[in-house]
Design a binder for this molecule. Structure first.
Ligand code: AMP
Length: 223
């Protein structure tokens, strides 16, 4: 099963994608994580992306498309994937279709997480993650059970993303409205879009996504 999780920054795409990865053995393809890794490793892609990402703007299409295309060529992408943070422009949506065609892969559903704007800023401003295992936390909604210690791996090395600062978040939201939201009609026209209420609690959102997957599986089996 191959899915796109679409929604503004802070909608819960990463959280839900991580859960799907653990529960269904699908792979989470987060272009944001791939780019952050490239920046950390100072690769040619990372060097080009760094300043743009820190400013909260979108990295040039061709650069991200190249990164994703290479990742899709890894064998594990064949066991099903969740795209988290791609596509983010109409050009990327077209490029994705071409890539999937080329690689003999199919897209089964586009799940849109709808969240109110005020909630997004609050969610992003409070989030941090374990620098060792990547587990996500939030100051108010999900603090570690033992303060200063990761619930999953016990390490004490927490990180906050530079682009999660309030002023950068506003740019990221503006980028979403200007460039990413206009993709929706493209997928709507193909009848693959399902809206999920991203304001609900994490488990409720997860249950709704499970229902979408079950439906898409039944559909795929019937065709
Ligand atoms: P994310 O982790 O999805 O919030 O992405 C973090 C940042 O990486 C974004 O603000 C962009 O600068 C960059 N980025 C991630 N995915 C894309 C994409 N599909 N197109 C352009 N820029 C992206």
């Amino acid at each position: 099963m191959n899915l796109i999780l679409l929604g503004p920054p802070g909608a819960g795409k990463g959280t839900q994608a991580t859960r799907l990865e653990r529960q269904h053995g699908m792979v989470q393809l987060s272009t944001g994580s791939m780019l952050r890794a490239a920046v950390a490793a100072a690769t040619p892609v990372g060097l080009q992306a760094k300043a743009v990402m820190e400013a909260g703007q979108l990295v040039p299409d061709a650069l991200v498309e190249g990164v994703l295309s290479e990742r899709l060529d890894q064998p594990d992408a064949r066991q099903g994937f969740i795209l988290d943070g791609f596509p983010r422009t109409t050009r990327q949506a077209h490029a994705l279709d071409a890539m999937l065609d080329d690689k003999g892969l199919k897209l089964h559903a586009v799940i849109v997480l709808d969240v109110e704007e005020d909630a997004l800023v609050e969610r992003i401003a409070g989030r941090f993650s374990c620098g060792y295992c990547g587990e996500g936390y939030h100051d108010s909604f999900k603090p570690p059970r033992v303060p200063g210690r990761c619930d999953v791996c016990g390490h004490d090395d927490f990180r906050r993303r530079l682009d999660d600062r309030a002023e950068t978040v506003r740019t990221r939201l503006a980028e979403y409205h200007a460039k990413t939201a206009p993709i929706l009609p493209y997928y709507d026209a193909r009848g693959v879009v399902v809206h999920v209420d991203g304001m609900a609690d994490m488990d409720r959102v997860a249950a709704e996504i499970e229902a979408v997957i079950a439906h898409a599986k039944a559909d795929a089996a019937a065709h």
